[in-house]
Design a protein around this ligand. Sequence first.
Ligand code: DC
Length: 224
Amino acid sequence: MARLLRVTGCTVVITIDGPSGVGKSTVSRLVARQLGLAYLDTGATYRAATLAILQSGIDTQDETAVVEELNHRTIDYDERGVLLDGESVAFAVRSEEVTANVSAVSAHPMVRSAVVEIQRRWVAFHEDQAVVEGRDIGTVVFPEAPLKIYLTASPSVRALRRAAESEAGGKSVAEISEALAARDHADSTREASPLKPADDAVVIDTGEMTVEAVVDSIVAHFLT
Ligand code: DC
């Protein structure tokens, strides 16, 4: 199936947005693989920015200082995932400390415009043939994308899924649920590019669906 849709000059960007723990990464990777498209996890760029701020000891709420620091740092991707100043930080950006601070850093409008540029450049480099996962991809980053997906699932389903992941670090479902709710609230109520479905997004509730069924549904929407 690889390279099935790789047609230079034709935009084949599929955006997949939704809250934490809804299955975006797993589904996005599989859709990309099935359609022969590149895959971009935009959350990783915000996580790398957050890691840089935590390393420097800057107050995450201080937008001017945050942006000043990020002006001296480089965020990029290679085949291993996200890079900070040329070093792979794919593992480090999944830490609990980064997860707890990423909503604060990603809420700053100036951070968002810098990070969105990185994301758009990456997709252009891949000749506009990509599945791009995040929170504002269909609404802000690629509003002209031919297919926009918004994944949802109830908070309890998402907390149970997260608890089953190794990343959960042995936390109880109640603790995970509380942390997810706090991040959802911050991500969907911020002023800059809040988490919400694009008006023309296909909304899929993944609560009762297998991963394969979600992937099949997205591929079917794309091919029709
Ligand atoms: O998908 P994730 O959990 O790795 O994302 C981490 C955080 O990054 C998320 O809580 C909000 C922010 N984010 C964002 O604001 N916009 C995106 N397109 C992707 C992520």
